[in-house]
Design a protein around this ligand. Structure first.
Ligand code: PLP
Length: 389
C-alpha cells in the first residue's frame, strides 16, 4: 500500500483523537512519583476528575483500561456468590456480565433486544420481586458503545428508589463521560466506571472509579478477593498525595490538561457540541436511507452512531474500502452485530469540519463498496451544521 498522506481519521468510538495540547502536556520527563512535584499533580488530577464525574466522593485511578475499572467496581463492593442485576443491552454490557460470572458473582440478567437501552420498568419489577434483598448491585452501561444507545440513568435510579431496594447502583460511563451529561452524585450512583481514551481525549492507559460513601461502606465488609484493585490502600495513599504503586505519570499530565480544556469550553457546551454532531450524523444517515441501530429517539447516543448496512452487504468490507481509500477508521460491528453494522465515533476532540470529512468519507465509501443508498446525506448534515451554530 502507498504511504497514506494527511492525517488519519480515527473515527472509531474510542480511542479518540488526542488533541495537540494533550500530546504536548504529556511530552515531559517522567517525575519521581514519590516526590513533592507528584503530590501537586495527583491532587489536581483527582480533584479535576471528581468534578468531571460529578462527585464529592472518592476517586481511584488504575494503570489499566476500562475492563479493569469494571473489575475494581465489582470486587471492592461485593461478596462471592452475590447476585447482581445487569441488562444485556449490547456487547459491552454482555462482557461486563460475563466478567461478573467469571469472578464468582451471580448475574441476574434482563435480556434486551440490542438497539434498546436498559429497561427501568423491568428493573423495578425485578427489584420488587427480590423481597429479601439478595440482589446487591444494579449495573448499567450508560452508553452502549456497540449499539449507540444511551440508557436512561435517572429512570433507572427512580426504579431503584420506587422499589425501596438497597442495591448499589454502578454505572459504566466509559463512552459517555465528558460527552453525554452525567453527574454521579445527582444520579445517586454508587460506583462510576470510566477510562482515559474516549471523552477525556487521552490515549488508552488508565481506568478509574468514582466511589460514593455507601460503596465505601460496602467495601469495608466485602469479601471478594482483590489485591491490585483494592480501593482502601489507594484512598489511603491519596490522602498524602501519593499512589499505591507506580502511576501512569505522563497520562496524568495529559488528564490535567484534558480537564482544563473541558472546563475552558464549559461542560454544557461540551455536551451541546456532542448532541449537535450526533444530530447532524443521524440526519445524514436517514437521508442515505440507512437504518440506525438505536431504536428509541430518547436513547440516541451523542458519542457515536451505529448504522446497519442493508442485507447482503458486509460492513467490514465497506470499512476496509474506507480505510484503504480515505485513511479513515470506522468502528466495526461487535458480537451479534459483527459484519452487519458500522459505527461512526463523533466524541472527544471534534469539530464541524472533522464531522464533514468523516461523513464525506462514509458517503464516498458507500458508493465505492456498491452499497445502495441515497446520495446527498453529507449535504443534509452540512445544512444542519450551517444553520445551527
Ligand atoms: N465499556 C464500554 C461501554 C466500552 O465502550 C468499552 C470499550 O470500548 C469497555 C467497557 C471496555 O473498556 P477497555 O477496552 O478500555 O477495557
Amino acid at each position: 500500500m502507498p504511504r497514506p498522506t494527511g492525517r488519519h481519521f480515527l473515527q472509531i468510538p474510542g480511542p479518540t483523537n488526542v488533541p495537540e495540547r494533550i500530546l504536548r502536556a504529556m511530552a515531559q520527563s517522567t517525575i519521581d512519583h514519590r516526590g513533592p512535584e507528584f503530590v501537586e499533580l495527583w491532587n489536581d488530577v483527582r480533584a479535576g476528575l471528581a468534578r468531571i464525574i460529578g462527585t464529592k466522593g472518592g476517586v481511584v485511578l488504575y494503570p489499566g483500561s476500562g475492563t479493569g475499572a469494571w473489575e475494581a467496581a465489582l470486587s471492592n463492593t461485593l461478596n462471592p456468590g452475590d447476585r447482581v442485576l445487569m441488562c444485556d443491552t449490547g456487547h459491552f454490557a454482555a462482557k461486563w456480565l460475563e466478567m461478573a460470572s467469571q469472578i464468582g458473582l451471580q448475574p441476574e440478567v434482563i435480556e434486551v433486544e440490542w438497539g434498546n437501552g436498559a429497561d427501568p420498568e423491568a428493573i423495578e419489577a425485578k427489584l420488587k420481586e427480590d423481597e429479601n434483598h439478595k440482589i446487591k448491585a444494579v449495573c448499567i452501561v450508560h452508553n452502549e458503545t456497540s449499539t449507540g444507545v444511551a440508557s436512561r440513568l435517572k429512570e433507572v435510579r427512580d426504579a431503584i428508589d420506587t422499589s425501596r431496594h438497597p442495591a448499589l447502583y454502578m454505572v459504566d460511563t466509559i463512552s459517555s463521560l465528558a460527552s453525554i451529561p452525567y453527574h454521579q452524585d445527582d444520579l445517586g450512583v454508587d460506583v462510576t466506571v470510566g477510562c482515559s481514551q474516549k471523552g477525556l481525549m487521552l490515549p488508552p492507559g488508565f481506568g478509574f472509579n468514582g466511589i460514593s460513601d455507601k460503596a465505601l461502606d460496602a467495601a469495608k465488609s466485602a469479601r471478594k478477593a482483590r489485591s491490585y484493585w483494592e480501593w482502601t490502600a489507594m484512598i489511603q495513599a491519596a490522602k498524602s498525595g501519593s499512589f499505591s504503586y507506580t502511576p501512569p505519570t505522563n497520562l496524568l499530565y495529559g488528564l490535567r490538561e484534558a480537564v482544563s480544556m473541558l472546563e475552558e469550553e464549559g461542560m454544557d457546551n461540551v455536551f451541546a457540541r456532542h448532541d449537535r454532531h450526533a444530530e447532524a450524523t443521524r440526519r445524514c444517515v436517514r437521508h442515505w436511507d440507512l437504518e440506525l441501530v438505536c431504536r428509541n429517539p430518547e436513547e440516541y447516543s451523542s458519542s457515536l452512531t451505529a448504522v446497519w448496512l442493508p442485507q447482503g452487504h458486509d460492513a467490514d468490507e465497506f470499512r476496509k474500502v474506507v480505510l484503504e481509500r480515505f485513511n479513515m477508521s470506522l468502528g466495526n460491528g461487535l458480537g451479534q452485530l459483527a459484519g452487519r453494522v458500522f459505527r461512526i465515533g463523533h466524541l472527544g476532540d471534534f469539530n464541524d469540519l472533522m464531522l464533514a470529512g468523516t461523513l464525506s468519507g462514509v458517503e464516498m465509501g458507500l458508493a465505492i463498496a456498491g452499497v445502495p443508498f441515497n446520495k446527498g446525506g453529507v449535504q443534509v448534515a452540512l445544512d444542519y451544521l450551517a444553520g445551527n451554530a
